[in-house]
Design a protein around this ligand. Structure first.
Ligand SMILES: [Zn+2]
Length: 410
């Protein structure tokens, strides 16, 4: 027993020298341990691996919970579960004893963010809609408030009336009518739509701002916003219209000196010939400035992460919410790693960097800090320092597979 422990210790020292170094400095986190529970004052941000779409779970310093997206597209999921079953089990574990969602934010209405409906999914007990993605999460866990880009009339750039959105619309209509969920349309510039609601301390330097949604973007000045797209009737060619991705809700969270950004599938690198306003990253970068941690836009697809965006945010940590074999695109990864765009060090964490994608990317694929696993950003009380902890995604052990940090915010 003692010998095997010794071997294990030796292996740990040999295989994870960086972690051991940090451990020697008194890290509270150790590879192999189950992640210690959130404690009051900390901000936890979990980017989950379901293999079926986007989902992030957050716990604010006062314990308020937020789910950003609950995507589920067809395909094999984690441990044979649907994305929603996996998300619910994860939230129940992390929010031990009080697993309710104070907020859910749906960035936009695509299946990898809300759950794709084929017509074979089970039906809800609460209304005339089927269960997949966000509708299924809501059946598993109580959701108090839901924020999307269109409630109640979904009139700006009406989402495609396919089975997925039609089902979603029935879900929100039924749950609003039954007063189970308070529905809100996201408003650019707002710092009051998402806030601490469990044990709020107004003195605490914590803020969630809606930076952009639909055709509006925050300017960075007070709560001022501007219109970023021309009126739709002034865009003669329908192919040039903004699309669903471009209407994504984007959020910036600040806690003391710490800052974090997540913006759904907003683009920043227009296809050749497209109008300049198809680049949304530049306006958002001007508004938010330097940002410690950002979730890479549109899963790292090829029309994202432009040089101005990267050079303005100068993020120390980037999280790629990858689920498909096209995530991240090799040229996007090249830009993200470029020391010409900004010279400071950066660590890139990918939720699921598939082997085929790594092979197509070449040697640069090895430059990421983590190629798979749930990515947890744990911000210490006050927001001065944070850690990134990668959790095992092969089982539901919630064990730490690598420790990164501490990073100094600001
Ligand atoms: Zn997406």
């Amino acid at each position: 027993m003692r010998r095997s422990l010794l071997t294990l210790a030796l292996l740990t020292v040999l295989l994870v020298p960086l972690t051991s170094l940090i451990d020697a400095q008194g890290s509270p986190f150790h590879t192999g341990d189950v992640l210690a529970a959130w404690t009051p004052g900390s901000l936890d941000i979990h980017q989950l691996v379901t293999g079926r779409g986007n989902a992030a779970f957050l716990m604010f310093p006062d314990g308020t919970t937020l789910l950003i997206d609950a995507g589920d597209v067809a395909g094999a999921g984690a441990n044979g579960r649907t994305a929603a079953q996996f998300i619910a089990r994860y939230v129940r574990h992390m929010a031990a004893g009080d697993a309710r969602l104070d907020y859910a934010v749906i960035t936009h209405f695509h299946g990898d963010h809300i759950g794709a409906i084929s017509g074979t999914e089970p039906e809800s007990l609460h209304g005339h809609y089927r269960l997949r993605g966000i509708t299924e999460v809501t059946e598993e866990l109580p959701v108090a408030r839901l924020i999307d880009r269109g409630w109640p009339d979904y009139s700006y750039l009406p989402p495609q009336a396919d089975a997925t959105f039609t089902n979603y619309r029935r879900f929100v209509t039924d749950n609003d009518a039954a007063k189970r969920i308070t529905m809100t349309q996201a408003e650019a510039g707002s710092t009051t739509q998402v806030r601490q609601v469990r044990h709020p301390d107004p003195q605490l330097p914590f803020e969630v701002r809606i930076v952009a949604v639909n055709d509006r973007v925050w300017t960075g000045q007070e709560n001022e916003t501007k219109v970023r797209f021309p009126p739709l009737d002034k865009i003669p060619d329908r192919a040039d219209w903004p699309d669903e991705n471009m209407c994504s809700i984007a959020l910036r969270i600040r806690y003391g000196p710490f800052s974090y950004f997540t913006g759904g599938d907003m683009p920043g690198y227009p296809v050749p010939g497209a109008a300049a306003w198809h680049d949304e990253e530049t306006d958002v970068a001007r508004a938010i400035g330097r940002t410690d941690v950002h979730v890479v836009n549109h899963h790292g697809s090829l029309e994202d992460e432009n040089p101005f965006w990267l050079a303005t945010l100068r993020s120390r940590v980037m999280i790629v919410p990858a689920w498909s074999a096209t995530h991240p695109s090799p040229d996007v990864l090249k830009r993200m790693l470029s020391r010409r765009i900004y010279p400071e060090p950066r660590d890139i964490f990918v939720t699921l960097f598939r082997e085929a994608t790594q092979a197509a990317t070449g040697p640069r694929a090895a430059d990421v800090a983590s190629a798979h696993g749930h990515i947890v950003v744990r911000v210490e009380p006050g927001g001065t320092r944070y850690w990134v902890l990668v959790l095992d995604d092969m089982t539901e052990s919630y064990r730490i597979t690598s420790v990164h940090g501490p990073y100094r915010a600001g």
